[in-house]
Design a protein around this ligand. Structure first.
Ligand SMILES: Cc1ncc(C[n+]2csc(CCOP(=O)(O)OP(=O)(O)O)c2C)c(N)n1
Ligand SMILES: [Mg+2]
Length: 588
C-alpha cells in the first residue's frame, strides 16, 4: 500500500494496464488527473467531438488488440460518447470509456452538467464500474480494464469528479488477463468427428480469428480439410485473400463464389463468428445458407452459441486455439472429404474465376434508375470501376475502414486483405460517420501502416471535422470520399419502394477537397478513373511525411442493391389524404 491521491491511483492504474494514448476533449471534471498524464507517459489526444474520440478508441483497440481509451467532461461530453460506444459494443472492441460525473455533494440537485451516466450506457457496455468511494479508485479502474479485455467490449468507468481529490493508501492491481482455451474436450471431439465425416466442409472465418491473430491455425485447418473458406460479413481480414481456399466474404454485396460454395456444404465450421443475422441474408438473389448442413460454431462468448443459427456442436473457446485443437484431433484420421478434395478445390477455382470475371465486367449498375442517372452524369465515374482501381492501388499492409452507405457496402466485394486487423468496418450498429475517426484511431495504434477510410459524402459531413485532429495531432490518414451528392443507401429505398419520391436524400455539397485544403490538409478532386489509383498511392505515401489527404471522388448517382430489402414493404395507405403516396412504382 502506498499513500497517494485518487488521481494518482487512477493514472497509475492506467499505466499498469499499458495505456499510452487517451482520446477525448478536455474538461474540468478530470483536469487533476489529466495534469499527470505527461509524467505518466500517457498521451492525451484532443479531438473535435467526443463521438470521434469514442470511434478513435474503437479503431485503436481493433488495430492494436489492446484497450482503446476515451475520456470526456461530465454530462454533455459523456452523452456525446453514446453512438461511438454502441458501435464499439457491436464491434467487440475493448474500449474503456472514462466518465467523470457530477460531484457527490450536488448530485441529484440538478446542478451543472448533471445526468445519470450509468443507465445511458447500461445496454451498450460489458461492464460498468462506479467508483463509490475514492479509496476504491485503483480497484475499480483496474476492474474496468480487466472486464473490457475479458469480455471483449466497452467498459465504463464512472467517477464522481470530487473523488479525484484527497489521499488514501492504494495498491495498484495487477491486470488480470485470462488466457482463452480451445473449448471443452467433449465438444472438440464431437466437432472433429463431424468434420472427419464431412464430404463438403466449409469454414466461415469470423472476427474471432482477427482478434486472436489466428491466421496460421485457420489456414492449417482449412488445408487439412481441403475446405473452402468464406469470411463472415465485414471481417474480410479474417483469412488471407491470396490463399487458394479463400472464397471471399459472405453477406451484403459479398462474393457469389463464397455463397455458391457454402450452399454445397454438408458441415459448416463457424470459426469465431456469432453468425449475425444480417451477415447471412440472401444476396444476389441467392438464398445460399445451407439449411440442412450440420453447423459447428466456435465463439469465445458462450451466449453466441446457437443464438442465430441452429447448431449441432457449440464450442466455447478461442478461435485460434480451437482451430489448432481440431487440427490435432484430425491428424492421422481418415477424412470422408479426402476422396473429393481435388474436385472441391477445382470447384473453388472455377467459382472464384467466374465471380472475378463477373465482377470485372460489372462496371456499372443496370437497373432503370441507375441507367437514368448515369445518363445525367456522363462525365462522372462509375462507383464499381472506381472501387476496383482503389483495390488495385491499396498498399499490401494497408488498414481500411469503411462507413455505412451504398458505395461503402458495394466495396465489400473489392476489399481483400492478407493479415488480420486490417479492416475496420462500421459493424452491426451501422452508424454513418464511423469510418473516418475509426481510421484515425487505428493510425494512432499502428503509425507505420497506411491508413485509408472509405466514406460516403453524407457520412463525411458528419465526421470531417476530425481532419483537424489528424493535423493537430500528426495522425496522417487518407480519406476517400464518395461524392454522389445523395444519401444513396436510403435513396435506394425510395427508388425501390417509394416511386422515386426523394425526401431528404438529395445532397448539395460544397467542394470537400477545397474544405480539406482550407483546413490545412491535402485535398484533391478526382474525376477520371485513371487518376484514382495514382492518387490513392500518393495519399498513402504522403502519410509518411505526416500529410493527411482527402480524395473527393466524383461519381454518378447509380446505386447498388439495397441494404434491407428484407425489412421494407410497398407503401399501403388507408386515408384519402395520403392516397397519392400509395404508388410504389415510378411513372404509374
Ligand atoms: C448516424 C446514422 N444516421 C442515419 C443512418 C441511415 N443511413 C444509412 S446509410 C445512409 C446514407 C449514407 O449516405 P452516404 O454516406 O452519402 O453514402 P452513399 O449511400 O451515398 O454511398 C443513411 C442516412 C445511419 N446509418 N446512421
Ligand atoms: Mg452519398
Amino acid at each position: 500500500m502506498t499513500q497517494m491521491t485518487p488521481s494518482e491511483a487512477f493514472v497509475e492504474t492506467l499505466v499498469a494496464n499499458g495505456v499510452t494514448d487517451v482520446f477525448g476533449i478536455v474538461g474540468s471534471a478530470f483536469m487533476d488527473a489529466l495534469d499527470l498524464f505527461p509524467s505518466a507517459g500517457i498521451r492525451f489526444i484532443p479531438v473535435v467531438h467526443e463521438q470521434g474520440a469514442g470511434h478513435m478508441a474503437d479503431g485503436y483497440a481493433r488495430a492494436s488488440g489492446r484497450h482503446g481509451v476515451c475520456l470526456a467532461q461530465n454530462g454533455p461530453g459523456i452523452t456525446n460518447f453514446v453512438t461511438a460506444i454502441a458501435a464499439a459494443y457491436w464491434a467487440h472492441s475493448p474500449v474503456v470509456m472514462i466518465t467523470p460525473e457530477s460531484g457527490t455533494m450536488t448530485m441529484g440537485l440538478g446542478g451543472f452538467q448533471e445526468t445519470d451516466q450509468l443507465p445511458i450506457f447500461s445496454q451498450i457496455t460489458k461492464y460498468q464500474g462506479h467508483v463509490n468511494n475514492p479509496r476504491r479508485m485503483a480497484e475499480i479502474t483496474g476492474r474496468c480494464f480487466d472486464r473490457a479485455m475479458l469480455e471483449m467490449g466497452p467498459a465504463q468507468l464512472n467517477i464522481p469528479r470530487d473523488y479525484l481529490y484527497g489521499a488514501a493508501d492504494y495498491e495498484i492491481p495487477e491486470p488480470i488477463r485470462i488466457e482463452r482455451g480451445p473449448g471443452g474436450p467433449k465438444s472438440l471431439d464431437a466437432a472433429a468427428t463431424l468434420l472427419a465425416g464431412a464430404k463438403f466442409p466449409v469454414i466461415v472465418a469470423g472476427g474471432g480469428i482477427v482478434m486472436a491473430d489466428g491466421t496460421e491455425p485457420a489456414v492449417a485447418l482449412a488445408e487439412q480439410l481441403g475446405a473452402p473458406v468464406v469470411t463472415s460479413y465485414l471481417h474480410n481480414d479474417s483469412f488471407p485473400a491470396s490463399h487458394p481456399l479463400w472464397c471471399g466474404p459472405l453477406g451484403y454485396q459479398g462474393s457469389k463464389a463464397g455463397m455458391k460454395l457454402i450452399a454445397q456444404a454438408d458441415v459448416v465450421l463457424a470459426l469465431g463468428t456469432r453468425l449475425g443475422p444480417f451477415g447471412t441474408l440472401p444476396q444476389h438473389g441467392m438464398d445460399y445458407w445451407p439449411k440442412d448442413a450440420k453447423i459447428i460454431q466456435i465463439d469465445a462468448d458462450p451466449k453466441m452459441l446457437g443464438l442465430v443459427k441452429k447448431i449441432s456442436v457449440g464450442i466455447c473457446g478461442d478461435a485460434a486455439a480451437a482451430a489448432h485443437a481440431l487440427s490435432e484431433r484430425l491428424a492421422n484420421r481418415p477424412l470422408a472429404g479426402s476422396a473429393s478434395r481435388e474436385q472441391r478445390l477445382d470447384r473453388v477455382r472455377r467459382e472464384k474465376a467466374e465471380w472475378e470475371k463477373e465482377l470485372g465486367a460489372w462496371t456499372q449498375e443496370t437497373d432503370p434508375y441507375s441507367r437514368q442517372v448515369i445518363e445525367e452524369g456522363k462525365s462522372l465515374m462509375h462507383p464499381r470501376q472506381m472501387l476496383r482501381e482503389l483495390e488495385r492501388a491499396l498498399p499490401k499492409d494497408a488498414m481500411v475502414s469503411t462507413d455505412i452507405g451504398n458505395i461503402c457496402s458495394v466495396s465489400n466485394s473489392y476489399l481483400r486483405f492478407e493479415r488480420p486487423k486490417s479492416m475496420f468496418a462500421a459493424m452491426s450498429f451501422g452508424n454513418c460517420g464511423y469510418a473516418f475517426p475509426a481510421i484515425i484511431g487505428a493510425k494512432a495504434a499502428a503509425p507505420e501502416r497506411p491508413a485509408v477510410a472509405y466514406v460516403g459524402d453524407g457520412a463525411w459531413t458528419m465526421s470531417f471535422g476530425e481532419i483537424m485532429t489528424c493535423l493537430r495531432e500528426k495522425l496522417p490518414v487518407t480519406a476517400v470520399v464518395f461524392n454522389n451528392r445523395q444519401w444513396g443507401a436510403e435513396k435506394k429505398n425510395q427508388v425501390d419502394f417509394y416511386a422515386h419520391r426523394f425526401l431528404g436524400t438529395d445532397l448539395e455539397n460544397p467542394s470537400f477537397a477545397a474544405i480539406a485544403r482550407a483546413m490545412g490538409a491535402e485535398g484533391q478532386v478526382i474525376e477520371r478513373l485513371g487518376d484514382v489509383g495514382p492518387a490513392l498511392e500518393a495519399g498513402c505515401r504522403a502519410q509518411r511525411d505526416g500529410k493527411t489527404t482527402i480524395l473527393e471522388m466524383m461519381l454518378t448517382r447509380e446505386l447498388g442493391d439495397p441494404f434491407r430489402r428484407d425489412a421494407l414493404a410497398k407503401p399501403k395507405r388507408m386515408l384519402d389524404k395520403y392516397a397519392a403516396t400509395s404508388v410504389a412504382e415510378p411513372g404509374r
